[in-house]
Design a protein around this ligand. Structure first.
Ligand code: C3B
Length: 826
């Protein structure tokens, strides 16, 4: 990990102006403090120092950035465009210092200026431009693409307000606006000259053009301008610096003027307000009924800008339109950008005058689709009236795609009209809706799931008919996470030990961690391993205390579940177990159970009442347990507010136990599970998502497995599941539910948790009660294993050692080989 500045100075000129040594950095920070922040050191605020340092780091990225863009423009290479409505990139400064290899120099420079680097880094606002797993995955992939020196661009939306900030009041989640841009964003470069217009509403007309060709003209009711806002994405210790290009919406000036000239000043202002609202706010997921129209407008807006940008880049390369798919591949991150199928067709047909067959061939060769969920409520569909009123021309194109596609289905399966209805891009069963997953599948040359189990379930269930029709198009690419941010950056203590033990190469080749296996039983090595974990737990304990006021003991087993709050993820299963444990300890104070600290973190969608009630329950349990003197030194319960990338940096390295307890078949992959594993946590989990592969890699003996399998879940639900039977059969479970229902955890108000308890007793859609007994038994095995420190440490070391597969570098190589036909050009 030691910095090696000499290999990273691209040229003498840069070396002179923006040297990577501490002295040049120090000089630039001072310069920037004055010239950009208009401050001198004596009166500079900590934030001024943050800005001055960040600009100095950005300057050091610029030459690489400009150079990379030039290389891509000149080379005859395919560029991967990652289209995603979310990029949860997390704080940039620390990561950019790491990737440039100048952390030590920056530390020295800041010290010479009387500033502490860690304090300055901690000031950065989190760019929360995503909800959770899907958005963070996109950010990890950008890091790997740059590190592997693959030509790539990220395309998304520059939300003015990212995911809400979560505060906890009286145990309830309260949402606060995320004003991440309030103090400016030093990483962003706005490019007013890179801008496109996007149509909304209005009507279409068909006519024959001068050459006698059939053309459609879309007369829009409204146009919005998208302006490019770029963020540099430097690879780890390489010259490549890719681009994340996010679109900000603006009103179209000429529209305003036209209205203004006819005297409709307020109308003009109104247009402007609507246009500027488009990229205002990120939609929290799991909210089926909210903000529909604006959400669809956002999707079309960023997709159209991105595709127009790709067409412009093709022209800059001097390539003809026929070569579009040779020069670009666009990965659709879930269905959110799936309107790209219709929009690319529209641009090729209406704007470039191509014939249908040729346009369709280009479109299909360009696009590829990643599915991230099988949950029916999360599969996007849009009602026809809404779609038509906003996007009349894309809708016509979708109809025509569907007509041709269904002809193909009918030819293959004559007379099978129920298959035709199942596969149609339009769901005609109720009010007619467009099925975006079908649109994405039909318009792509490759479709993939995000873990082996998920990809097979995808082929067997949601996209079964499509997998039958085009088996060769279906792939699996198991997710991965970047070891730069989620190991090297967030766990520097462990990173140093890894450097020393297996050499520094692990950061760019995570499979080298296998070299740790030889040390798994070495007592001295184990002691160092435990000391590092302990130090990380002390750091987390401090953060916990300042966030919640609760003091926790780092010697306890840190049992952590951090992720979005959702019934399928089953935080309530964990909560039931805590209540049972609490009862046991109250009843039998002598029980030889290891002290445990349960930590939860995660946001609930603002409109998801049950998820918010689960947060309230965890906080209710925390309040009772943490204030009960009999639980002192035995049990602590923490809800860590506002879990985000920034706080994740302290959480993963401090975990002993990683809770991955979703109902089998429901979690597509999970990526938090991988971050915990890398940092030496053991997993308690179901056979769901990537847990299956984590267990395979770690070895069954180093993983705490429990619960129903996906096929059991399916059978149980098919045959009629009766949750009450499980409660009747398990005293401890019944008592836990009774205690919750009694108001014990809601300050005596027995009404508060009634909806949760009743829902479990009657429906329990995610089989928490069916899995309870096995989960509790598995937790007892965890307890026993923890009481043997040498055995536990061995398992912890082996988990880190065998986490190599879960690097996003491996995942990106697979996308490159199997889906994009894309090689590094480093
Ligand atoms: C998530 C899934 O829920 C996770 O299992 C998966 O690991 C990640 O995507 C990344 O693939 N997901 C999400 O965060 N948001 C969605 N809308 C759908 C899936």
């Amino acid at each position: 990990m030691a910095a090696n500045p000499t290999t990273r100075v691209p040229g003498g000129a840069e070396a002179a102006r923006h040297g990577l040594d501490a002295e040049s950095l120090q000089r630039d920070v001072l310069d920037n403090l004055v010239s950009l922040q208009a401050r001198y050191p004596a009166i500079a605020t900590p934030h001024d120092w943050y800005m001055a340092l960040s600009y100095s780091v950005r300057d050091r990225l610029l030459l690489r950035w400009v150079d990379t863009v030039q290389r891509y423009a000149a080379a005859d290479v395919r560029v991967a465009c990652y289209l995603s409505a979310e990029f949860l990139i997390g704080p940039q400064l620390g990561n950019n210092l790491l990737n440039l290899g100048i952390e030590a120099q920056a530390r020295a420079a800041m010290l010479a200026l009387g500033q502490d680097l860690d304090t300055v880094i901690a000031l950065e606002e989190e760019p929360g431009l995503g909800n959770g797993g899907l958005g963070r995955l996109a950010a990890c992939y950008l890091d790997s693409l740059a590190t592997l020196q693959m030509p790539a661009l990220g395309y998304g939306i520059r939300y003015e307000f990212g995911i809400f900030r979560q505060a906890i009041r009286d145990g309830w989640q309260v949402e606060e606006t995320d004003k991440w841009l309030q103090k400016g964003n030093p990483w962003e470069i706005v490019r007013p000259d890179v801008a496109y217009y996007v149509n909304f509403g209005g009507h279409t007309q068909s006519a024959t053009d001068a050459e006698g060709r059939f053309r459609v003209r879309w007369t829009a009711a409204n146009q919005v301008k998208g302006v490019a806002c770029d963020t540099p994405v430097p690879g780890y210790r390489v010259e490549t610096c890719n681009t994340l290009r996010l679109w900000k919406s603006e009103a179209v000036e000429s529209f305003d003027l036209a209205d203004f000239n006819v005297g409709d000043y307020y109308g003009a202002v109104q247009e402007k307000v609507i246009s500027e609202t488009l990229s205002k706010v990120l939609y929290p997921n799991d909210e089926p009924e909210m903000g529909k129209r604006l959400r669809l407008a956002q999707q079309y807006f960023f997709v159209s800008c991105s595709l127009q940008d790709m067409l412009r880049l093709l022209e800059l390369k001097g390539e003809p339109i026929e070569r579009f798919a040779d020069m670009f591949v666009a990965q659709l991150n879930d269905t959110h950008p799936s309107i790209a199928v219709a929009e690319l067709m529209r641009l090729l047909l209406d704007e470039r005058g191509l014939q249908w067959e040729q346009a369709w061939d280009i479109t299909r060769r360009t696009l590829a689709y990643t599915n991230h969920t099988l949950l029916p409520e999360a599969l996007e569909t849009w009602g026809l009236p809404l779609f038509r009123s906003l996007l009349p021309r894309p809708l016509e194109i979708i109809y025509e795609i569907n007509r041709r596609f269904l002809d193909e289905v009918r030819q293959r399966h004559p007379g099978d009209e129920s298959r035709v209805a199942r596969m149609s891009l339009i769901d005609e069963s109720g009010d007619r809706r467009i099925r975006m997953a079908h649109l994405a599948t039909v318009g792509s040359h490759a479709v993939n799931g995000v873990a082996a189990l998920h990809s097979s379930l995808l082929r067997e269930t949601v996209l079964r008919d499509f997998a039958e029709l085009w088996p060769e198009r279906f792939h699996n690419v198991t997710n991965g996470v970047t070891p730069r941010r989620f190991l090297a950056l967030c766990n520097p203590g462990l990173a140093r030990l890894l450097d020393e033990t297996v050499g520094e190469g692990w950061i760019a080749d995570l499979t080298r961690l296998r070299g740790l296996e030889a040390h798994a039983d070495d007592a001295a090595f184990q002691r160092r391993w435990r000391a590092i974990k302990h130090a990380n737990k002390e750091v987390l304990a401090q953060h916990i205390q300042s966030a919640t006021g609760v003091v926790v003991d780092p010697r306890a087993l840190f049992d952590i579940q951090v992720k979005r709050i959702h019934e399928y993820k089953r935080q309530h299963l964990n909560a039931l177990y805590m209540v049972a444990l609490y009862q046991r300890l109250r009843r039998e104070p002598q029980l030889a159970l290891a002290p445990r600290c349960f930590v939860f973190g995660g946001k609930a969608a603002p409109g998801y009442a049950m998820a918010k009630l689960i947060i309230r329950l965890i906080n209710g349990i925390a309040e009772v347990v943490n204030n009960d003197p009999a639980m002192e030194g035995r049990l602590k319960v923490i809800f860590f507010p506002n879990f985000n990338v920034k706080s994740a940096h302290h959480i993963y390295p401090a975990a002993d136990l990683s809770e991955q307890i979703s109902t089998a078949g429901k979690e597509a992959s999970g990526t938090g599970n991988m971050k915990f594993m890398m940092n030496g946590a053991l997993t308690i989990g179901t056979l769901d998502g990537a847990n299956v592969e984590i267990r395979e890699e770690a070895g069954a003996e180093n993983f705490f497995l429990f619960g129903l399998r996906a096929q059991d879940v399916e059978r149980l639900q098919r045959e009629g599941y009766r949750p009450a039977d499980h409660v009747a059969a398990h005293d401890e479970l019944r008592e836990a539910l009774d205690l919750i229902a009694s108001g014990h955890f809601s300050r005596g108000e027995s009404e508060v948790f009634r909806p949760l308890v009743e829902n479990l007793m009657q429906w329990d859609h995610f089989l928490a009660l069916a899995d309870y007994a096995d989960y509790a038994a598995c937790q007892a095995r965890v307890d026993a294993a923890w009481q043997d420190p040498a055995g536990w440490t061995r398992m912890s070391i082996l988990n880190t050692a065998r986490s190599g597969k879960f690097s996003s570098d491996r995942a990106i190589r697979e996308y490159g080989d199997r889906i994009w036909s894309l090689a590094p050009i480093g």
